[in-house]
Design a protein around this ligand. Structure first.
Ligand SMILES: *[C@@H]1O[C@H](CO)[C@@H](O)[C@H](O)[C@H]1NC(C)=O
Ligand SMILES: *[C@@H]1O[C@H](CO)[C@@H](O)[C@H](O)[C@H]1NC(C)=O
Ligand SMILES: *[C@@H]1O[C@H](CO)[C@@H](O)[C@H](O)[C@H]1NC(C)=O
Ligand SMILES: *[C@@H]1O[C@H](CO)[C@@H](O)[C@H](O)[C@H]1NC(C)=O
Ligand SMILES: *[C@@H]1O[C@H](CO)[C@@H](O)[C@H](O)[C@H]1NC(C)=O
Ligand SMILES: *[C@@H]1O[C@H](CO)[C@@H](O)[C@H](O)[C@H]1NC(C)=O
Ligand SMILES: *[C@@H]1O[C@H](CO)[C@@H](O)[C@H](O)[C@H]1NC(C)=O
Length: 618
């Protein structure tokens, strides 16, 4: 009984697999238009058969007898009246597939129509044939073409030379927020006649997009002119190259195989992006925003701000750039509504910025989500700002920062912990004078902010602490390993942040720090991996999980001759003016006659002079 059942089962299975030997996927089924054997051809494909029809070919009906699928590539064996042919099909989009096809081969009596046998005659250099779906579903043009361009064009088959009329336009603009609307599935080419060039014409051609695909660096997209009734004039193929934004190639037939390179395309458009819309500014950014900035959220971008515009330029690779322009439209309290001109001059949308007044070299801001409506209360409603549980303001940092007084100053001895700690190195090549052989009683890691204005942090990972018999430090020859200029600090979320600038830092010229005073003479600091401090970064953070590279625990150790008063500012009021502040002198009697700006060395000199005088007198 069991055996019997099994046989029945096997038999049905065998039958099923024989019947399903050929699988033509849904994406290839339908009626298609193509240009084959030099004439317009219609192809009808269903689950079992493949039928081709053309004026001189007549009607050729074939049955699919075998198939194979590798990735998204399909291979079919089609059985005609007496012969077999092999078709390799490459679906490109819902509306387009391309194929290689062999002629129909008659087999010997004892030969089997296997895929290997029939497809053997496929040649490597065969032309791909493009088939366009007659019942197409237009697709969004966004991935194919987006922007507004002026163009000049050549058509080797219709006229010689290049037709360059100032009004010629390619216009492919998407309506933001209306992904599924019909406008997003079309673009326009406005042709203008050029004098003395027959074959050029005045007219607008509107194309619907049929999708796009890549072959290597070649970016193809297929289109259909819905207003054209002649089928062979309806479908077109275009080619862009990822490395070349200047040219677009176009076919003059319903074929993509004529487009091998952009330069050798039958029709070639030389395009220049156009800013199509001019938005009148309606307000002004604060005057001290003007200048060049670095956006820490996108460190590769350049940000230029003038009174009315913010221009952010981003270089995805060497040859190309993307530019976004924000125009000031309306301001209320700290919020400024801007019109955002998106890629290549298409429609604008609106984005709200929430700015904190500039302090030092820092602009802090939040950016809302983009909205199409030109209405302050919608665009700048607080709901538009991403409402994460923990957030921080984003930063613009001055591209040419002027140093400010460091919020942490003095002479500190530190211990460090981190993934990339401060190390001994020779700054800027070889030290000028050779370091005499000094015996050090004690080496420490030194953090000093001791220059006259206290604007520069000097870090020496291994500093010789010994002093000579006069109490002067012996290690006067060694340069610090790191020098960083303080360029801004503030307090946010009860944490104090500092940004430093170091021209020689290979990873990031700008570094963010979190700092905190732990005791009367103890300061904790943590340095971030880059210009931006992670929300989770704390003064004790030292590894990447909190976005930090090293944490310092610093204890003040000013010696008598160092002339380096300690200073600490938690950044609560970063707008406070604090430029002329050094009025600290060790003893009151020396105050008279010493101008404050002369600073440390002068001070030390006066002090020793006074000491000498005192010695002589008593
Ligand atoms: C599909 O065919 C193309 C062109 O012949 C080939 O480059 C590609 O590797 C094939 N894909 C797979 C998954 O075999
Ligand atoms: C194309 O041009 C026509 C006529 O100038 C215009 O009505 C239509 O909105 C344009 N379409 C697009 C997508 O630009
Ligand atoms: C700001 O820059 C834009 C774009 O470069 C320019 O059109 C505008 O005139 C500038 N505004 C001022 C006040 O300089
Ligand atoms: C920039 O200007 C604002 C007022 O518009 C002022 O509050 C702020 O202190 C200024 N910042 C600097 C660094 O000058
Ligand atoms: C201090 O460091 C120097 C090298 O810079 C080394 O020669 C010396 O032995 C060290 N002294 C002590 C006490 O560790
Ligand atoms: C990173 O530092 C945090 C806090 O200091 C610690 O909890 C965590 O284990 C560290 N992670 C790694 C991978 O060392
Ligand atoms: C350096 O700091 C440590 C604590 O971190 C302290 O014990 C030591 O005395 C300090 N050295 C000097 C010279 O101040």
């Amino acid at each position: 009984m069991k055996l019997h059942l099994l046989t029945v089962l096997l038999a049905t299975l065998g039958f099923a697999s024989a019947a399903r030997k050929c699988v033509i996927p849904k994406i290839l089924q339908g009626t298609w238009f193509s240009w084959e054997f030099g004439e317009p051809t219609a192809t009808t494909i269903d689950a079992r058969s493949y039928e081709r029809q053309g004026p001189t070919q007549g009607r050729v009906w074939t049955e699919c007898v075998d198939s194979e699928k590798v990735g998204s590539n399909h291979t079919f064996i089609l059985k005609g009246a007496d012969c077999y042919s092999c078709v390799k099909a490459f679906p490109r989009t819902l509306n387009v597939f391309e194929k290689f096809e062999t002629p129909c081969i008659t087999l010997d009596r004892n030969e089997q129509p296997t895929i290997e046998r029939i497809c053997r005659t496929l040649r490597k250099d065969q032309q791909l044939i493009t088939l366009f779906n007659k019942n197409f579903h237009p697709m969004s043009c966004r991935s194919s073409l987006e922007g507004v361009w002026h163009f000049a064009y050549q058509n080797r088959f219709r006229f010689t030379g290049e037709c360059d009329s100032p009004d010629a336009r390619i216009q492919s603009c998407q309506t933001p927020g209306s992904q599924f609307l019909i406008q997003n599935q079309k673009f326009n080419i406005t042709y203008r006649q050029c004098q003395g060039m027959d074959g050029t014409f005045n007219g607008v051609v509107e194309y619907s997009c049929l999708g796009d695909w890549f072959i290597g660096k070649n970016h193809y997209f297929a289109v259909v002119n819905t207003k054209e009734s002649r089928e062979d004039e309806k479908y077109r193929c275009f080619l862009k190259n990822r490395d070349d934004d200047l040219y677009i190639g176009g076919s003059i037939t319903a074929e993509c195989n004529t487009l091998k390179t952009v330069e050798k395309s039958p029709e070639r458009y030389r395009v220049t992006p156009v800013k199509s819309e001019v938005v009148e500014p309606g307000c002004r950014f604060p005057q001290n925003f003007t200048g060049d900035w670095i956006n820490t959220a996108n460190i590769d971008a350049e940000v230029q701000v003038n009174e009315t515009h913010i221009i952010e330029t981003y270089y995805p690779d060497r040859a190309r750039f993307r530019r976004t322009i924000y125009v000031c439209r309306e301001q209320r309290d700290s919020r400024i509504m801007t019109a955002r001109l998106t890629v290549d001059g298409c429609q604008k949308d609106y984005v709200c910025f929430d700015f904190i007044p500039r302090h030092h070299n820092v602009i802090r801001y939040r950016k809302g989500m983009a909205v199409i409506k030109d209405d302050f209360s919608t665009v700048c409603s607080w709901v538009q700002f991403p409402n994460r549980e923990e957030w921080r303001y984003d930063l613009f940092l001055n591209a040419k920062p002027t140093p400010v007084r460091c919020p942490v100053a003095g002479k500190f001895n530190f211990t460090q912990k981190g993934e990339s700690p401060f190390k001994t190195r020779i700054l800027g090549g070889v030290t000028l004078s050779p370091r005499p052989d000094i015996r050090c009683k004690q080496n420490i890691s030194d953090f000093s902010v001791c220059d006259t204005d206290q604007k520069e942090m000097a870090i020496d990972a291994n500093y010789c602490l010994s002093v000579d018999h006069l109490g002067r430090p012996v290690d006067i020859y060694s340069d610090p390993d790191y020098r960083m200029k303080c360029i801004g600090y503030w307090q946010e979320n009860l944490k104090s942040y500092l940004v430093t600038y170091d021209d020689l830092d290979p990873l990031s010229k700008y570094r963010c720090w979190v700092y905190q005073r732990a005791d009367l003479n103890r300061v904790l600091m943590s340095q971030a991996t880059g210009a931006f401090c992670d929300v989770r970064q704390d003064v004790t953070s030292w590894n990447y999980t909190e976005g930090a590279v090293v944490a310092l625990d610093m204890v003040e150790y000013e010696r008598e001759r160092d002339q380096c008063p300690m200073h600490f500012d938690d950044g609560e009021n970063p707008w406070q003016e604090g430029e002329n502040y050094i009025t600290v002198f060790p003893w009151l009697i020396y105050r008279s006659g010493v101008p404050s700006s002369l600073g440390g060395t002068m001070n030390a000199f006066v002090v020793s002079l006074a000491a000498l005088l005192l010695k002589l007198l008593f």
